[in-house]
Design a protein around this ligand. Sequence first.
Ligand SMILES: [Cu+2]
Length: 576
Amino acid sequence: MVQPIVFNRRRLLMGQGALALSATLAPLFPAWARGANGGHHGMVTGPDAVAGIGDALSGERIALTIGESRFAVGKRSAAAVSINGSIPGPLIRLREGQTVRIDVTNRLREPSSIHWHGLLVPFQMDGVPGLSFPGIDPGETFTYEFPVRQAGTYWYHSHSGMQEAVGLYGPIVIDPATPSSASYDREYVLMLADWSPLHPHEIMRQLKAMSGTFNMRKQTLSGLLAGRDQSAKERFAWAGMRMDPTDISDVTGSTYSYLVNGHDSAANWTALYAPGERVRLRVINASAMTNFNLRIPSLSMTVIAADGLDVQPVETDEIQIAIAETYDVIVTPAGAGPHAIVAEALDRSGQVRATLATKPGMAAPIPPIRSRPVLTMRDMGMDMKGMGEMHHSMAMRDGANAPSVKMGPGVAMIAPMPVDRLADRPTGLEEVDHRVLTYADLRARDANPDQRTPSREIEVHLTANMERYMWSIDGETISGGAKPIPFRLGERVRVTLINDTMMPHPIHLHGHFFELVTGDPGHRPRKHTVNVLPGGKVAFDLTADAEGDWAFHCHMLLHMHAGMMRVVTVRREGEA
Ligand SMILES: [Cu+2]
């Protein structure tokens, strides 16, 4: 080791952690996340009790403490950040119409913060350090206070450094002021996550040194000879563009363990039901870097909410749930089960299984991981058949195709012909022989509150030089001096996101919902996060109704950290 002092200090910390681990492993999981096999059924009591979710924090006043912990998956463990001593954090259960005061105390040795993902709060309560508040210094307490204006499934996470990737996340469930039309007998939160004993800063360092470092499954010569994946001609063309069609995710199962409520497949987190019950699963993707394919191979799922808001029920067999999205589904298992709930990483480098069962200890077979997807020309923003034409007809980096983008070394590619991909099946699910949810399948249950035609349109490009692990928006980063994207209070704007990279980007706007421009006008799906497929585009209409400064970013933590983030300002007429 080059720096013996750092090494020694780290060894010391690890020693303490190991002691703490043996003493406190079980309490590291809050009751709601423990599962039936952990000996806890998670029953809720009280007038609105629905069996399933236990020990929620609720009421007008809530206290959270952010602290150092150690977290283990199987035989691997690492330093982690917990809330009230647990990972994931405690379930916060609120009621629409109440107000809440949440005292957050930071016991770390570095600043921290909590952002309430998807909640419509005054911007000073949004929890983004340097933007909406100063952050919470070591030893300090910050009190968040806000009215609860909505119902549904949400979550919270740190917006400081890489704390979200090492444990600082937890679920929020808000019960509606008037009973919901959705009827169900039991409910569970399924919080999906990825976890690595490698610190996210180290993952970032390795990616900057070599962008394909975690991709262990490139195409091989033997694969070519066996007729798998791309043809020789295609491979030659992609290599000429310095593109790798197996580069689906930049951090993969070679370092990540995938988790449901903090548990891997071996731990088999289990939710109990009685045959014939309608079970509501509130699925939250709290991953740092992993989009998941979620399915219950033996059951169909009825989607009843997306990003917290109710949608008209739609039945499906598989959902690709992007980072930071939430979906509520109802399943009705008839027999005794068990049923495997499978969340498979988008690039299929790993998966995690949980179980629905009538008693603890049951387990259904885990389906094999399906073969990894290979990107296509459509993912490159060139929706054409065949590769032959492209050398001469389509420039891959023509700034004229994107006048708003600041060209430079951080922009390796501009999609020449991006197409609207809202109705596309997401990456890798194009060919599966069952139903797959697309954004175009979603229709808001309630009429959209603002149905005005937008008075202006803007285009926002998601840009990158993937080889150098540079990520940006319109070729610019905040640290590089990018100016905020300005909106007038109350104005209606159509925003078109264009993905000029070969990776999907789950783009999240703080403080607002927007309507995806798809389907039935007036009942368009309202979301706080939208996954923009590679080489594709997505339009949404936004009513800028929340005054303040808001973060607007890719929810892949390392992309955001590298610069795929901007500030959106919402100002009154006449204010700068
Ligand atoms: Cu991204």
